[in-house]
Design a protein around this ligand. Structure first.
Ligand code: PHE
Length: 467
């Protein structure tokens, strides 16, 4: 027989690796800013409800499918479809999606790495100067940063599941928590910090509109790494004797807690610098917040703490963002890597070489779409605007296909694989599960409200993004 599939050594190893995937830039900036602009505490409630009632069952279904099939998402769909070839397409999409998202996430991670290097080098004043970011994205140094990030990613992935992904997560995740808490404590002690906390937490239910609800679900889906084949892949590395349900809950709690705590860093920092900030005017884009806004915040601290300390804080922030990003990037590259290893029966090393070549080509193409190659700035035109390669990848794969993948998963569980099989899989290592109220809820919702909600979000996103 072939050698045994590489596995996480423990539940904790899995939880840290999956939480490492889930905790990303979306948590640090995207979530806090979205919450503040969209009703503060009211948004938090809507978000939490989505996590519990929509996302968690989808997460368990992904993990359950992967563990049952012991395969990558492509192999899992192929195996559990039992001959219905049409479902192989869903498997292909579940591998293509992470591959494409990996490209845009790679670009952002490389920028973060660049900002980290610059702030460590004492160049915070430059990072904070107007127009720096637009020049930075076309700087040839991108290549150097890219090589470094690719090397770090490959170093982790070549070790495999236990010696690579799990080992890195066990070291990086605690480091992430410590850095986050350090920054929160520091920021909360600044003057006017309480204003940010108020905007973030005081609920304003009037702001909860249809589009806010839609965004809350998309944010939760993305934040928990759903629809990207990641949890199916990680699920296939999860031991049979371990409890998927409690582990999944821990991952969801950790991800949501980090997002919530990050709000206690991001918002107070914004208001401490300028107490008259109007939350409505904050940018919706995490990218412009991280790269244009945050350096200004740290630079503004110079007056009270001095340039050296302000640079040190900026470095901690970018290191935190980098750790959050790299653990997500690793998880998403693992999906096509594992699928290729399995389908072509090649070694991990060979598969990684191929992935590195493909990711490099596409990343450079995407990076060149910020002005270096003007043609790449206008590869599509919709919703009244020219779109670059980067925009196209974000709009199609991240905004639109994620809920579609979730929907296909629910349909597959209902009509092909069958809910009873999912339940049986979730009861492995957790024999009391089928009798729980939660099990009854999962059984009911996965064939009713969850696919319905995902269908509405999918259609709404297509209509608002592309027309
Ligand atoms: N959950 C990540 C975030 O919030 C998103 C992500 C995960 C992106 C994995 C890529 C890969 O940023």
């Amino acid at each position: 027989m072939s050698s045994q599939r590489d596995q996480f050594s423990s539940k904790l190893g899995f939880i840290l690796a999956a939480a490492g995937s889930a905790v990303g830039i979306g948590n640090l900036v995207g979530f806090p800013v979205a919450a503040t602009k969209s009703g503060g505490g009211a948004f938090l409630i809507v978000y939490a409800l989505f996590v519990i009632f929509i996302c968690l069952p989808v997460m368990l279904a992904e993990m359950g499918m992967g563990r049952r099939a012991q395969k990558s998402p492509l192999g899992s769909y192929m195996e559990l479809a039992k001959g219905r070839k049409i479902w192989h397409l869903a498997g292909l999409l579940a591998v293509l999606t992470p591959f494409m998202i990996a490209i845009f996430y790679m670009v952002i991670t490389v920028w973060i790495f660049g900002y980290l290097v610059q702030s460590l080098g004492g160049n915070l004043d430059q990072l904070a100067s107007p127009g720096y970011f637009s020049a930075f994205v076309n700087d040839p140094w991108f290549l150097g940063y890219f090589v470094a990030v690719t090397a770090i990613c490959n170093l982790i992935l070549v070790g495999g599941v236990r010696q690579g992904i799990e080992r890195a997560a066990k070291f990086l995740m605690p480091a992430l928590f410590v850095m986050l808490l350090l920054l929160v404590v520091f920021v909360l002690n600044l003057d006017h910090a309480e204003l940010g906390v108020e905007f973030y937490l005081i609920p304003d239910f009037e702001k909860i509109t249809g589009s806010v609800i839609n965004n809350a679900l998309s944010q939760a889906f993305f934040s928990l790494s759903l629809g990207m084949g990641i949890l199916m892949t990680y699920g296939s590395y999860f031991r049979r004797s371990d409890n998927i349900v409690t582990s999944g809950k821990w991952v969801a709690v950790t991800d949501t807690a980090v997002a919530f705590i990050a709000g206690l860093m991001t918002l107070p920092a914004i208001f401490a610098i300028d107490p008259s900030t109007n939350p409505e005017t904050l940018s919706n884009s995490s990218v412009s917040m991280v790269f244009s806004f945050f350096p200004k915040i740290f630079m503004a601290l110079e007056a009270s703490v001095g340039y050296f300390f302000a640079s040190a804080l900026a470095s901690v922030f970018f290191l935190l963002a980098f750790v959050a990003a790299i653990t997500s990037l690793v998880s998403i590259i693992e999906v096509p890597t594992a699928a290729y290893m399995e389908q072509k029966r090649v070694s991990r090393g060979k598969s990684l070489v191929l992935m590195t070549i493909m990711v490099t080509l596409l990343t450079l193409l995407t990076a060149a779409s910020f002005g270096l190659v003007p043609a790449l700035q206008q590869v599509a035109h919709y919703a009244g605007a020219d779109k670059s390669v980067f925009d196209l990848i974000v709009d199609v794969f991240y905004e639109t296909i994620l809920p579609l993948n979730g929907l296909l998963l629910c349909l597959f569980v209902n009509w092909r694989w069958r809910r009873e099989n999912l339940e049986e899989e979730l009861a492995e290592g957790n024999p009391g599960y089928p009798q729980t109220f939660f099990a009854k809820y999962v059984r009911f919702s996965i064939s009713t409200i969850i696919p319905l909600v995902l269908l509405v979000v999918f259609i709404n996103t297509v209509l608002t993004k592309f027309f």
